[in-house]
Design a protein around this ligand. Structure first.
Ligand code: FES
Ligand code: FES
Length: 162
């Protein structure tokens, strides 16, 4: 049995037949070839699979594809515009917020959720917002600096996060 869903992903509308047990991260990666959301743990622990559903950060490894029917999903692929990195992506580049990069898409999407709700977060607030995202490489300091860089840039340019 399959179920028809319609979902807008990164501004583009998709209509698909999915199995009720299909997880969102595998729908994105395997059906749509949107491989920015990574699978690290498959158990809602690491945050590598984080995407935005209607603007809210959600772990797509424990979300069913049928649950996003009628919603707007944003993945890391949807952030850059016309070949220009999003300020959060640019922040990670400028502040060396990644090493292997496996956690980075999830970190960036969690940061996008944070900065939408809190444009000028303190270091403590940034660290709190990243509690569901694990990084095995960086020690987190440069990730925090990357998000601070992005917050400053967004404020300077008076730009919306999404
Ligand atoms: S793969 Fe989803 S939280 Fe780790
Ligand atoms: S940069 Fe390697 S896990 Fe974060």
């Amino acid at each position: 049995m399959s179920v028809k869903i319609s979902v807008t992903i990164n501004g583009k509308k998709y209509t698909s037949q999915v199995e009720p047990r299909q997880l969102l991260v595998y729908y994105l990666r395997e059906a749509l070839s949107l491989t920015g959301a990574h699978v690290g743990c498959d158990t809602s622990s690491c945050g590598a699979c984080t995407v935005l559903i209607d603007g809210n950060a959600v772990k797509s490894c424990t979300t069913l594809a049928v649950q996003v029917d009628g919603t707007h999903v944003t993945t890391v692929e949807g952030l850059a515009k016309n070949g220009t990195l999003h300020p959060i992506q640019e922040g990670f580049r400028q502040e060396h917020g990644l090493q292997c990069g496996f956690c980075t898409p999830g970190m960036i999407m969690s940061a996008a959720d944070l900065l939408q709700n809190n444009p000028n977060p303190s270091e403590t607030e940034i660290r709190h917002a990243l509690e569901g995202n694990f990084c095995r490489c960086t020690g987190y300091h440069n990730i925090v600096r990357s998000i601070q860089w992005a917050a400053k840039k967004l404020q300077e340019t008076n730009a919306a996060v999404l």
